[in-house]
Design a binder for this molecule. Structure first.
Ligand SMILES: Cc1ncc(COP(=O)(O)O)c(C=O)c1O
Length: 364
C-alpha cells in the first residue's frame, strides 16, 4: 500500500529547501553567537506591537477575522488603496504559492532570474511549472532579459524582487516603471518588495488599475516581525479577488494581526529601526574592507560581500564562519556565489563578526 502521489509530487526531488539556523545549532550542539544569515531584523518589532501581541494572546482561542478587517483598513489608509486591493497571507512566501497556483499549470513557463529568491521557484516546481531563468547582469536582475524571455516563451508570470535578495542590488523606480509599461498584457509581474521599507524611494507609484502587476509586501523585514508571518499583496481588484478563491482564509493568526496593526501605526519606530540597520550595514561594510573583502551596495537589510574568490572559496568561508558561531548565508548561483551575505546585526553581533571573520579567513 502506498499513497498515490500526484505526478508532480512524485517527480520532485526529496530535498528540504531551507536548512534553518536552528537545525545547524542542533547539529553543532550549541547556539550561534551571532545570527546574521536569514535577513531578519534583530532590532525587533515596536514595543507597541509587542504589547498588542501580548494583549491578543489570551484571545488566541478564537479564529482570526478572515477579512483581516482592522489591519486591512489601516493599510488601505497607509497606501491610499481600497479594501479590494489587498489580500493577506502568512508572509510573502505563502502568497507566492497562492499566486503561482492561480497562474501556473503543469508545464507553464515562468520567468525569473537565475539565483533569485528560491521560495518562488519552490512554489513553481510544486505546481509543475517550468522555470525559465535569465542570468544577473552586473549583480543586478536584468530587466531587459527578463522581458525578452517572457515574450519568447509567452510566460503568464514573471518574478522580480526590488530590492533583490541575495545581491542587495536594486533598480530605480523609473526603471521598474518602464519594465511594467513594457510587460506583455497577459503576463503578470510579481514584484516582490520585501525590502522596500528600507528604500521606499525606489518603489514605482502604486497603480491599482493594472491587472497584470501584483506587489508583495511584508512585516518580516523593516517591521521586525518575521516570526509573526504577516505578508500582503497589493493589486487590481479582480486579481486580488482571485486570491480569495484558493487562499487559506485563516492563514494569519489574530496575535499577528494585532501586532502588525500596532507596528504599522508606529511609523516613528520604523524610521528608527531603518536608521539602525543603515548604521549596522555601514559597519559590516567596514569590517569587510578591513579584511580585504569588497562589500556591494545594498538597498536591503543585509550586505552582500565579494569574498574575493570563486564559489568554492565563499562556500568554505560560510562553513568556517558557521563552525565558529557566526550564521551567514550566500548566493547559490555561479558568478554571484563568489559572495557571502551578512544581515544587519546589533553592535554585539558585529563585535563578534569583527573578531571571527579574520580568524575564518586565516583558517582558509
Ligand atoms: C525577496 C524576498 N521575498 C520574500 C521573503 C520572505 O518574506 P516573508 O517573511 O513575508 O515570507 C524574503 C525573506 O528573506 C525575501 O528575501
Amino acid at each position: 500500500m502506498a499513497p498515490r502521489y500526484t505526478s508532480i509530487v512524485a517527480d520532485l526531488p526529496s530535498t528540504i529547501p531551507f536548512v534553518g539556523p536552528e537545525t545547524d545549532e542542533r547539529t553543532f550542539g550549541r547556539p550561534y553567537k551571532a545570527r546574521l544569515g536569514a535577513n531578519e531584523n534583530v532590532f525587533g518589532p515596536s514595543p507597541k506591537a509587542i504589547k498588542a501581541m501580548q494583549d491578543a494572546a489570551a484571545d488566541i482561542w478564537m479564529y482570526a477575522d478572515p477579512e483581516d478587517y482592522d489591519l486591512k483598513g489601516a493599510l488601505c489608509a497607509h497606501h491610499g488603496v481600497g479594501r479590494e486591493n489587498i489580500v493577506f497571507g502568512s508572509g510573502i512566501d505563502s502568497l507566492l504559492g497562492v499566486l503561482v497556483r492561480l497562474l501556473v499549470e503543469p508545464g507553464t513557463p515562468v520567468v525569473t532570474s537565475r539565483g533569485a529568491y528560491p521560495t518562488f521557484n519552490y512554489h513553481v516546481n510544486g505546481f509543475g511549472g517550468r522555470l525559465e531563468t535569465v542570468p544577473y547582469r552586473n549583480d543586478k536582475e536584468d530587466l531587459e532579459a527578463l522581458l525578452q524571455r517572457a515574450r519568447e516563451v509567452d510566460a503568464p508570470l514573471i518574478y522580480l524582487a526590488n530590492p533583490d535578495n541575495p545581491m542587495g542590488s536594486w533598480h530605480e523606480a523609473e526603471g521598474v516603471q518602464s519594465f511594467i509599461d513594457m510587460l506583455p498584457e497577459n503576463t503578470v509581474l510579481c514584484l516582490d518588495e520585501a525590502y522596500i521599507d528600507y528604500r521606499p524611494d525606489i518603489a514605482p507609484a502604486l497603480d491599482m488599475n493594472r491587472p497584470n502587476v501584483v506587489r508583495m509586501r511584508t512585516f518580516s523585514k523593516a517591521y521586525g516581525m518575521a516570526g509573526a508571518r504577516v505578508g500582503y499583496a497589493l493589486g487590481e481588484a479582480s486579481l486580488i479577488g482571485a486570491f480569495d478563491k484558493v487562499r487559506d482564509h485563516f492563514a494569519m493568526n489574530r496575535v499577528s494581526q494585532a501586532g502588525a496593526l500596532a507596528a504599522l501605526l508606529d511609523q516613528n519606530y520604523l524610521a528608527q529601526s531603518v536608521a539602525k540597520v543603515e548604521t549596522s550595514k555601514a559597519r559590516i561594510a567596514d569590517i569587510a574592507r578591513q579584511n580585504g573583502l569588497s562589500p556591494l551596495p545594498s538597498a536591503t537589510n543585509f550586505v552582500t560581500i565579494d569574498a574575493g574568490g570563486d564559489g568554492a572559496h565563499a562556500r568554505a568561508l560560510v562553513v568556517v564562519l558557521k563552525e565558529r558561531g557566526v550564521f551567514v548565508r550566500m548566493p547559490f548561483s555561479p558568478g554571484e556565489d563568489r559572495c557571502i551575505r551578512i544581515s544587519a546585526g546589533t553592535d554585539a553581533d558585529l563585535d563578534i563578526l569583527a573578531d571571527i571573520l579574520p580568524q575564518a579567513l586565516e583558517a582558509l
